[in-house]
Design a protein around this ligand. Structure first.
Ligand SMILES: [Zn+2]
Length: 335
């Protein structure tokens, strides 16, 4: 049991009692998209990217959710996190424990009293399996690759063309820079939007489609797979860090699209890098980036050689000039 779960105990019942589903929805930024009516919240399902505004239902008193649409399933906060992150139930429990700073009580947890058993993990996982992103049935082409914002961010025409970036004059991302995201097979699964400049008050810098499971994908994986394997695999947090690392001559680079390494991303990084090979973690120089890099290093270290590339406080990889960026990566390899 401890071997399978890396020795960390988690008690499902305690988590379900300690954490309100509303808190979990808030953490994902989903709470504001749901309408409250008495004890219930309802809205479009964030898991299958539904548009029907009544298919996803939450019971606050029962602390559970259900989707009457494509998902045809539901469950507790654990099932919700497992589906959102694309990870097994037990991992979801650990994630919730970390997010909400909960420690299992001494002497409790797996194998004791109300703790879970392996068969109950399997049961729950089978009941509501993680769902990968579906390929898009449309493209936003034509995009405008010559937009001044892309030049201002230091991107060369070759980079812009390779990644298919451009300003979007129409559709759901009208006025935004569109960044195509592909799955491991190279199928277009989403567009991220980046506002070209300082966002207006109350507007986010980035926009991802509702229900898109970013934790299922590694940005640029399908291109990184084709790059020569002699170079180490570089992992960045954001799109622009990834673009600049690629541009500096490190084509084996992927972005997590966040500072937290999901279980699905962990497996893909290991497959992409190869057992015993080198992985350079180049996350942002802030609290989230440092924490994310440390956690990712602990997990990846079991199978690959991990180096954390340091950055000054407040710095991102794309803030560095290409020569300096390359120097930092070269140096991290030699240590
Ligand atoms: Zn659904």
């Amino acid at each position: 049991m401890t071997e399978i779960h890396h020795g960390r105990f988690v008690c499902f019942e305690e988590l379900k009692q300690a954490i309100a589903i509303e808190q979990v929805l808030e953490r994902y930024g989903l709470r504001e998209r749901l309408r409250r009516s008495g004890d219930h919240l309802s809205g479009a399902c964030p898991l299958h990217r539904g548009h029907n505004p009544t298919q996803f239902r939450v019971s606050l008193s029962k602390n559970c959710w259900i989707c009457f649409g494509d998902c045809h399933c539901g469950g507790s906060i654990l099932d919700l996190v497992a589906r959102m992150e694309g990870i097994p139930i037990h991992e979801a429990g650990l994630r919730l424990q970390d997010w909400f700073n909960l420690l299992p009580r001494a002497g409790q947890g797996i194998g004791q009293g109300q703790g879970l058993t392996l068969s109950s993990i399997r049961e729950k996982t089978v009941r509501c399996p993680p769902r990968p992103n579906r390929p898009l049935a449309f493209t936003l082409a034509p995009l405008e690759p010559a937009h001044p914002y892309l030049k201002a961010r230091g991107l060369l025409p070759e980079t812009i063309a390779t990644f298919g970036l451009g300003w979007c004059p129409h559709g759901s991302l009208q006025g935004w820079i569109a960044i195509p995201i592909h799955d491991a097979q190279g199928r277009l699964v989403a567009y991220a939007g980046r506002w070209p400049g300082q966002p207006l008050a109350g507007q986010p810098k980035y926009r991802l489609p509702r229900g898109f499971g970013k934790s299922f994908e590694l940005f640029n994986q399908h291109r990184a797979e084709l790059a020569p394997k002699a170079a180490p695999l570089v992992v960045t947090e954001g799109f622009f860090g990834c673009l600049h690392v690629w541009q500096s001559g490190y084509p084996r680079v992927v972005a997590l699209m966040g500072s937290v390494l999901s279980r699905a991303q962990e497996q893909r990084i290991l497959e992409l890098a190869g057992v015993g090979q080198e992985v350079l973690l180049f996350l942002d120089g802030d609290a989230a980036g440092s924490k994310g890099a440390a956690e990712a290093a602990t997990r990846l270290n079991r199978s690959v050689i991990v180096q954390i590339v340091p950055l000054a406080e407040g710095q991102q990889p794309d803030d560095l000039p290409a020569m300096e960026l390359r120097r930092r990566l070269d140096q991290a390899r030699l240590r």
